[in-house]
Design a protein around this ligand. Structure first.
Ligand code: SF4
Length: 459
């Protein structure tokens, strides 16, 4: 795949990542929580009571200066973790009672923060809570985000006992100079040992998260990181462009003093070499920032047009409602989104007072649902068949109903990012890199004038 620098310069503008549509910016505080649960209950029931669970563990032992996640310092001792599990237990009971359904878990993901900041005893307690509250499908897929700095054999074994078989490792960069600059020191040997530990303990899928655009990174230094990464043969890779948004995440200001950021051309050079190197090494470019081995389920799902996008990025679990648990987590169903209180104190106070921690949300209109389907299919299938999409959206004339949106894509077609052909739209190889720009054409809420303060850049 070729990366055209001029095109990147032209299209690298702020825009949503479309892990949801409408995006979280549209969530509102005045939507009655009872109504959100009513809609979610109906949507879950129409999926045979099957759900994906997301559990947010917010604690981090040390704050990485590039971080854009919702987290809190772990402090010393286990008291904060214990209190948090008390709150989670109450939230699970509240949400189960609000939904009034016996839920079957097909997929469970622990994200953060740092799930591996919990102690083995706390992980066992969390496991008991979840298994007591929910029925797990026999082939349920359970995954966890692991920080190599906290991954002791006991912690990894506890997640394994809970049923985890997939791990995402925060690697970011293997260069010691970059690691010092970003305040996340984890020597390459530590990463290697963690991968060996996960594989020894039976994790069948080990994924890496990397970031480019950090201080001191160059094409040359990143090539060395890729050497080290590829030697460990991760099953999937997410290679994120660093989003510098210090007005939203003030600790990112510290990075400005830590060292020089790569120039825009250097950053593009890194991106180009990442894509070329990974695709040459047998990884399939799934889309945006995701890569997977040829035989990975994500690559199969891409070929078979079964991919979905949700708050974790690309997923193979087609359309299952997601029940979010823990501070800041987002629940999602066919026609609703609801988000929990974002601060730890606020979350614990609400749950402690017997109130559900949902503080905002959205009930989708029919038009929201139609546009979500279009954006999802463009981003996951990399093509649209106008007649089939019109049929799927209730027998509409797609080209007529979305003539304005298709018109917006004409200049992108002239630049070779999409092709109009055979009654449809095809995202080209080059266009994959600009998939967010293509999806933006169908976003009824996107305001380019306000995007700079709200979104990261698209490439
Ligand atoms: S990057 Fe991960 S480990 Fe680092 S502060 Fe953010 S959530 Fe915590």
């Amino acid at each position: 795949m070729n990366v055209d620098f001029d095109l990147v310069k032209k299209y690298n503008v702020p825009g949503p990542r479309y892990t949801s549509y409408p995006t979280a910016l549209q969530f509102r505080e005045d939507v009655p929580v009872a109504e959100l649960f009513r809609v979610m209950r109906e949507d879950i029931a129409s999926c045979g009571n099957e759900v994906s669970l997301y559990v947010h563990i917010p604690f981090c032992k040390k704050l990485c200066w590039y971080c854009g996640c919702t987290n809190v310092p772990a402090g010393e001792g286990e008291a904060a973790g214990d209190r948090y599990l008390d709150a989670l237990e109450k939230e699970i009971a509240q949400k189960k009672s609000a939904l009034g359904l016996e839920l079957v878990v097909r997929q469970l993901h622990f994200g953060g923060g740092t799930p591996s900041a919990l102690s083995p005893a706390q992980i066992d307690r969390l496991s008991a809570m979840l298994h007591e509250a929910f029925c797990f499908a026999e082939d349920s897929e359970i995954s966890v985000e692991i920080d190599p700095r906290t991954a002791t054999p006991e912690i990894v074994a506890a997640f394994r006992r809970l049923g985890c078989s997939r791990a995402s490792l925060g690697v970011q960069d293997l260069d010691p100079k970059v690691q010092i600059a970003i305040h996340r020191v984890q020597p390459e040997k530590m990463v290697r040992d963690t991968v060996a530990l996960l594989r020894e303990q039976g994790f069948s899928s080990v994924n890496f998260d990397l970031i480019y655009g950090l201080p001191f990174q160059t094409e040359k230094s990143y090539a060395r990181t890729l050497d080290g990464v590829l030697a460990l043969s991760p099953d999937r890779l997410s290679v994120f462009s660093y989003a510098h948004v210090p007005w939203i995440k003030p600790q990112q200001k510290l990075l400005e003093k830590a060292g020089a950021f790569p120039s825009p051309d250097e950053k593009l050079g890194i991106l180009k070499s990442v894509i070329e190197r990974l695709t040459r090494s047998g990884y399939v470019y799934i889309g945006m920032d995701h890569f997977a081995k040829e035989d990975d389920e994500l690559a199969h799902a891409l070929r078979e047009r079964r991919l979905q996008r949700n708050f974790e990025g690309y997923s193979t679990h087609a359309g299952l409602p997601i029940l979010g648990l823990g501070m800041s987590s987002i629940s999602q169903s066919a026609r609703s989104f609801s988000q929990n209180e974002k601060t730890l104190d606020g979350y614990e106070a609400l749950v402690g007072a017997g109130t559900t921690p949902v503080v905002k949300g959205l009930i989708l209109t029919d038009e929201d649902c139609r546009r979500r389907e279009i954006i999802m299919r463009v981003m996951c299938d990399l093509q649209l068949d106008f007649a089939a999409m019109g049929e799927k959206l209730g027998g509409i004339d797609f080209e007529k109903s979305y003539a304005r949106e298709l018109e917006k894509l004409r200049p992108l077609a002239e630049d070779g990012l999409v092709e109009f052909r055979d009654g449809g739209l095809l995202v080209t190889q080059t266009g994959r890199l600009f998939i967010r720009n293509i999806a933006m054409a169908f976003d009824a809420y996107f305001l380019p004038s306000a995007a700079g303060m709200r979104h990261s850049k698209t490439v």
